[in-house]
Design a protein around this ligand. Structure first.
Ligand SMILES: [Zn+2]
Length: 291
């Protein structure tokens, strides 16, 4: 725990300024409670406010990053390392869709019409997930895929405390190659990547090399690519992403919580550097030193 406290102090100066012993768990179905954003109150969403003293809980981080950057992979690895749940809003939506909840039908209509899932529904799913986690004794989280807009970020601030926001970045030409190289096995559904990336450093930027993720023999003849993994579509997806995400990045930058991280390559190159950037490099040493 001491190692975590040190980590929190080092990685998220904001956390230490929070008032101590603040441990509020209140139901705000009416939306009349102070501190609840008006947008949520208007939506009449039933949301639990989960705030705990940072010293008594695990990390509460958000992962940002454009499609194809590998955000889910890094978030998932870190969640395992730190013992916190990795909560991806995409998974929450998929889980809800497969449930018999009344909300599932509403959600199915929205998704089938190709519309964006409204903030109120996402925050309700997220809130339910956090609530369930607290009941199970979970502490902390890494959020992936949320918030996508400033409004969502404000709603999140009304519900819980975010310590740190990690923004994973990769050069656009690398992202393009990576997305175009994506393949899925039509039989087992596993993901692979045939792109072998070797880019020289230029203008002071380091070179990037990423090995392909090749399929085993039994999948090799069954590979397909997604119809929307073309250069044109990927470029458009990135443009839309940046347009939407820049305000969110700015929001967290102004709170002093944004950690920009340029991925230096694939997982083998990036993982140790990411740990270093998060002060997690000597995590085990710190733990034994603190014991
Ligand atoms: Zn396969």
């Amino acid at each position: 725990m001491a190692a975590f406290n040190r980590l929190l102090r080092a990685a998220a100066p904001v956390a230490s300024t929070l008032s101590p012993a603040r441990r509020v768990l209140s139901s705000v179905a009416s939306g009349a409670t102070a501190g609840i954003p008006a947008s949520l109150a208007r939506a009449g969403a039933s949301v639990l406010v989960v705030r705990r003293d940072p010293a008594e809980r695990n990390i509460q981080w958000v992962f940002l990053g454009c499609p194809g950057v590998g955000k889910g992979t890094y978030a998932s690895r870190l969640s395992q390392l730190l013992g916190v749940p990795h909560i991806a809003t995409g998974d929450l939506v998929r889980e809800e869709l497969s449930s018999s909840d009344p909300l599932a039908r509403q959600l199915a209509d929205i998704v089938n019409q190709g519309q964006l899932v409204p903030d109120e529904i996402i925050i309700e799913l997220l809130s339910k997930r956090l609530e369930k986690g607290v009941a199970k004794g979970e502490s902390g989280f890494i959020l992936d895929g949320f918030p996508r807009t400033i409004r969502q970020a404000e709603i999140l601030d009304g519900v819980t405390d975010i310590d740190l926001v990690v923004n994973l970045k990769l050069r656009e030409e690398v992202l393009l190659e990576k997305c175009i190289g994506r393949r899925i096995c039509s039989q087992c559904g596993k993901n692979f990547n045939v792109a072998s990336i070797k880019m020289k450093g230029e203008n002071g930027r380091p070179g990037i090399s990423m090995a392909p993720l090749l399929p085993p023999v039994q999948c090799a003849s069954k590979l397909i690519s997604r119809a929307d993994d073309t250069e044109e579509v990927v470029k458009e997806r990135l443009r839309v992403y940046h347009e939407l995400s820049q305000p969110v990045e700015g929001y967290y930058r102004s709170q002093g919580k944004l950690l920009e991280f340029d991925l230096p390559g694939g997982i083998p190159e990036s993982w140790p550097k990411l740990l270093q950037a998060l002060n997690l490099e000597d995590h085990d040493d710190k733990q034994s030193a603190a014991a």
